[in-house]
Write a protein of this length. Structure first.
Length: 404
């Protein structure tokens, strides 16, 4: 590698044997429907475009709201810093796998949205997984959109405009944006976050239901105008091998989703934020869980909640990646120079690509063990027990006696 300034900024390409395709899906068109970005093994095609990392400027608007910075200033900074990044995947490329693929449903963090974890999702797809990164409509995303039916007057005054290339459905539909909802002044956090984590789990389950329909060959109406042929996914998924994964608020969503849906055979929680969860669900979670934590984000109260899930009979594992911060998991960690990244807490001390590589390999080993995959991911089993110079088994956080 050259010196740091010659390092090309960008989301690192996936390392697995498969080329990665990426497309978007929404069904139905309402805020109660399922909306996710799909990453999957694809045919290698030269001509394929790379999908935009941030698909619309409204997402930057939402990010400025989330970060409490002025919209006009913030949108320009984000566009300048991040506006041109592409995802290391081929947009709408034809699906290709000669074996049924295990499935992962991914849940984003507070203030994030479906596209921000592509280094993790694309890596899993390159290793043979079909990954649906859901976009939550619980108002925890910086921004998200859905559609509503056009009113008669809207249809009327649209009549004299030549038909756009859009799909029939989208022409009678108007796009609506839903932005991040912060806590109101004096509002207690738990009731809101607990309601949101339940909706998030339901949206992960709905995404799984949509994938199940697609896998069975049921014709699905994707509201979005994409060039992807969903019939190619018929019989592509191994629906006995399904996991749920998520970052921070998405980590809490993993626990809630495991409790609600036994089709999720195991869960991987990245730097989980346990506050939204009601402890009474913990005894009801029966599946293996892998907690992969950053060194800087965790605190005694949060870790002690995770430890309440410890079990003598169900495998519950925890590792901490040395030198990582909370933002070491989303893609932002790859997209700025070192000093801006450290200043904005987007990077820790560890090289971001090494951190995500350790996270991905430990995840793959855990998924092989608990989904019963016949791959070679067991080569990374030692990482599950923190056996690496850059890993800590369990946590670096000193637990107060009272908190245990
Ligand atoms: C002041 C705002 N205040 C809101 C409650 C706290 C904001 N905050 C710390 C931040 C996110 C930060 C961030 C992002 C992105 C840039 C950018 F410049 F790169 F865009 C910079 C700086 C600002 C680091 C967090 O919320 C941390 N966090 C997150 S961050 C998930 C995320 C969000 C947006 C992204 F673009 C990427 C990733 N997900 C969670 O589920 C939870 C927490 C905390 C508890 C539960």
């Amino acid at each position: 590698m050259g010196n740091s300034c010659s390092n090309h900024l960008g989301i690192p390409p996936a390392k697995g044997p498969n080329a990665v395709g990426c497309t978007d899906f929404m069904m139905d068109h309402t805020a109660q429907g399922s909306f996710f970005r799909l990453y999957y093994p694809c045919q290698t095609t030269e001509k394929a475009q790379r999908p935009d990392w941030v698909p619309c400027k409204e997402y930057f608007n939402g990010l400025t709201d989330f970060m409490n910075i002025n919209r006009t200033v913030g949108e320009k900074i984000f566009n300048y810093l991040f506006g041109s990044f592409k995802i290391p995947a081929s947009l709408d490329a034809p699906f290709k796998s000669n074996v049924k693929c295990p499935v992962v449903i991914f849940s984003h963090g507070l203030g994030a949205f479906r596209t921000l974890y592509s280094a993790i999702c694309a890596e899993l797809a390159s290793q043979g997984f079909i990954v649906a990164s859901v976009e939550h409509r619980d108002q925890s995303a910086s921004a998200t959109y859905y559609f509503r039916d056009k009113t008669e007057s809207e249809k009327a005054n649209k009549k004299n405009v030549p038909k756009t290339s859009g799909s029939a459905q989208e022409d009678n539909l108007v796009r609506e944006w839903m932005y991040y909802r912060g806590l109101k002044h004096g509002e207690r956090e738990f009731p809101l976050r607990n309601e949101q984590v339940k909706k998030r789990a339901d949206e992960c389950i709905l995404a799984l239901d949509r994938l199940t329909e697609i896998n069975s060959g049921t014709p699905v109406q994707n509201v979005l105008q994409t060039q992807f042929d969903w019939t190619t996914l018929e019989n592509s998924m191994d629906l006995c091998r399904i996991a749920v994964m998520g970052h921070s608020f998405g980590g809490a969503t993993v626990i809630e989703a495991l409790c609600k849906e036994v089709k999720f055979k195991c869960g991987v929680a990245l730097d989980a934020w346990m506050n939204p969860l009601d402890d009474e669900i913990f005894p009801r979670v029966k599946q293996p869980i892998f907690f992969i934590n950053s060194e800087k984000f965790q605190w005694a109260g949060n870790i002690s909640r995770m430890k309440k899930l410890d079990s003598a009979v169900i495998q519950r594992k925890m590792i901490t990646i040395r030198g990582t911060v909370h933002q070491s998991f989303p893609d932002f960690t790859f997209l700025t120079g070192n000093w801006i990244g450290k200043l904005m807490k987007l990077k820790g001390e560890i090289d971001p690509e090494l951190a995500i590589d350790l996270c991905n390999k430990a995840t793959l080993a855990f998924l092989q063990r608990h989904l019963g995959l016949e791959k070679n991911f067991n080569q990374w089993d030692p990482l599950i027990d923190g056996q690496d110079d850059h890993l800590i088994q369990g946590t670096n956080v000193t637990l107060l006696q009272s908190a245990i």
